[in-house]
Ligand binder design. Structure first.
Ligand SMILES: Nc1nc2c(ncn2[C@@H]2O[C@H](COP(=O)(O)OP(=O)(O)O)[C@@H](O)[C@H]2O)c(=O)[nH]1
Ligand SMILES: [Mg+2]
Length: 389
């Protein structure tokens, strides 16, 4: 290996600082990382050759962790048995807490009573308590006032109005994630607080993209915890995606850049970048996210093409703050609401939709690879109002 080649390889493996002016050439990849489709996953986890580590002229503390490229291996992409009914059941039970509160509250008010100011006020309180937000609550009561004031109205009729108004609020934001293919790779940055479901959502999304015939690279940008990196590698292996990682503690922005370079080299259609979500140290997290976005733009000025915020449906009102904060720092372009299968407080999605108007691409209804569904406004609205489809 010539001095020049050595430097190239060295820069490729150890260059923590993104070097946009000299992106690594494909030829600089060590032979060991070439795809070996039939090999078991364990064999293609790439470690840096020892000799390279030994020639490191830098002091140990400034030596960035080596880049690890876990090549994609083919996986079975056949979807599990279609479970549309199962999905509706999950959504219904996920929104159960919200819909039960609404159904019983509305049932208690609208028993053989004429619609008057008092009933409308009580209804508005119930809607606000269900996290639907003031704007939606007022719209619903105003619709009822306009159409039905001083007339007898049943609880089922009220719930039908509720479902229809919620659907109207949600329909404009129910938008699929579109990978146009004009940028290759299309870059998706995933942000959100710790535990909100970023990594799991990336895994599920990776499967969807693979099924659409797209080549996917995942970037383990939550370099804060070793477990987070391992978790993403498992999702990569499960879904046939290449995973780009470094040791815990590595610079996340540098890793994102490395992933974009690698994705370009391996011909990926989509790169999905995982991030850390330490809100307890907000300033640091936000600085890191800003840096990631900045560095991505050095690689491709039009990227990131999507910035997806994952929102945990069980956290209620706090979701509004999260959209505000992450929106400011990372320029959120779309939402995924996760954990709608648990004891969710899904009403908050309506409030968020009304307040921010951001597209909702998917909802998460479980921990499995199949548990990510395109967001359907009508289904969601009927489930929350306790109505059948
Ligand atoms: N029930 C359920 N659990 C989920 C869902 N999405 C994620 N989780 C779980 O929530 C926990 C945190 O998810 P993770 O993806 O690690 O969150 P991150 O910290 O944002 O990356 C994990 O135990 C996931 O399995 C979902 O839609 N439903
Ligand atoms: Mg994670």
């Amino acid at each position: 290996m010539s001095e020049g080649e050595k430097r190239g390889l060295f820069g490729r493996l150890f260059g923590a600082k993104p070097a946009p002016a000299t992106p690594a050439e494909p030829t600089e990849l060590p032979a060991a990382v070439e795809a070996t489709p039939e090999a078991p996953i364990a064999d293609v986890v790439v470690d840096v050759p020892t000799e390279v580590v030994e020639t490191t002229p830098e002091p140990a503390e400034s030596t960035p962790a080596p880049l690890e490229i876990v090549e994609a291996v083919p996986v079975d992409l056949a979807p599990a048995a279609p479970a549309k009914q199962g999905w509706w059941q999950k959504l219904k039970s996920g929104l159960g807490r919200t819909s039960t509160a609404l159904t019983s509250g509305i049932g208690a008010i609208f028993t053989k009573r004429r619609l008057d100011d008092e009933t409308l006020e009580e209804l508005e309180d119930i809607l606000i308590q269900a996290d639907l937000g003031l704007a939606t609550a007022m719209r619903i009561t105003e619709t009822l006032r306009k159409d039905r004031f001083d007339k007898e109205i049943s609880d089922v009729e009220v719930r039908a109005v509720l479902a229809s108004e919620i659907e109207k609020a949600l329909a404009p934001v129910a938008k699929p994630l579109e990978i146009e293919g004009t940028s290759k790779p299309h870059v998706v940055l995933v942000v959100g607080v710790n535990g909100s479901g970023k990594t799991t959502t990336i895994g599920k999304l990776s499967m969807k993209l693979a099924r659409e015939g797209r080549r996917v690279t995942l970037a383990a940008g939550d370099t804060f915890r070793a477990a987070a990196i391992e978790q993403l590698k498992i999702w990569g292996a499960r879904t046939g995606a290449t995973v780009i990682a470094r040791e815990p503690g590595a610079d996340a922005a540098g890793l994102a850049f490395d992933a974009l370079v690698a994705a370009k080299e391996n011909g990926s259609d989509v790169v999905v970048i995982d991030t850390a979500g330490r809100l307890q140290n907000r300033a640091e997290l936000m600085a890191e996210l800003e840096k990631i976005v900045r560095v991505i733009k050095k690689h491709d000025a039009t990227a990131p093409h999507d910035v997806i915020l994952t929102l945990d449906a069980t956290t209620g009102q706090n979701a509004v703050n999260q959209v505000e904060i992450f929106g400011k720092v990372a320029g959120v372009t779309g939402l995924v609401m996760t954990k709608l299968d648990g004891t969710a407080r899904g009403g908050i999605l309506v409030a968020v939709a009304e307040k921010f108007g951001l597209p909702v691409h998917f909802i998460g209804v479980g921990e499995g690879v199949e548990d990510l569904e395109p967001f359907d406004a009508a289904d969601f609205a009927r489930a929350i109002a306790g109505l059948e489809r």
